[in-house]
Design a protein around this ligand. Sequence first.
Ligand SMILES: Nc1ncnc2c1ncn2[C@@H]1O[C@H](COP(=O)(O)OP(=O)(O)O)[C@@H](O)[C@H]1O
Ligand SMILES: [Mg+2]
Length: 209
Amino acid sequence: MAGRLAFAAIPERYRTLVMADFDTRWYGNDQKDADAVKAVARGYLGNYYTLDGRGLYLYSNTKGNGKTRLACIIANELVKMGIIVKFATAGDILEEIKRSWDSNTEYGLMSDLKTAEVLVIDDFGTVSAKGWINEKFYQIINARYVSKRPTIFTSNCDLATLERMQYDQRITSRIKESCFMVMFPGSSLRDKKNAQNQMDMKGWLGVGR
Ligand SMILES: Nc1ncnc2c1ncn2[C@@H]1O[C@H](COP(=O)(O)OP(=O)(O)O)[C@@H](O)[C@H]1O
Ligand SMILES: [Mg+2]
């Protein structure tokens, strides 16, 4: 378990969260939509072994509404089930690939990304896909697709937007075929949380209220 957790490299902030920490009351007026999203996540975990390598594509056109949080919760629950999970942001993947060119270690890195039992790619679609970026993402996503290894994406783009950002149709069609598309409710929780944080801090400072 400890080894699997270390390999997963889930960000500190989200490492200990479990499904109960996805509190849909946070979504206010959108709570019903958030409940539906949570039901998908529960269903995914409950049926993981019969889903035959299918993944999830968690998306919304706003930031800060819990996509990374839920992806990490799912990852944590999968680790508890004994599954080897790897978490990486799309940006980290590209940076690491670039760095590996100097040391001739790209093969090992790509191999980890292709063969981890479950791969979480956070913030997919933050950079436009030019030449080699398209090629590397295609290699990772296609290798996982043909070997029926699930990939869980979070993104601020739907698939049409990805294509407008020059993501190859070979990538978007693989995602379409192998992932459940999960649209997140629109409200930005980070804004709400920041507002709450500011209120709390004012309290600690003994000002306002
Ligand atoms: N259901 C929730 N309950 C409590 N806090 C939440 C919930 N969903 C998200 N948050 C908080 O809101 C902020 C933004 O969430 P995050 O998952 O980073 O958003 P996204 O990946 O969609 O941009 C984080 O601080 C996160 O912990
Ligand atoms: Mg995020």
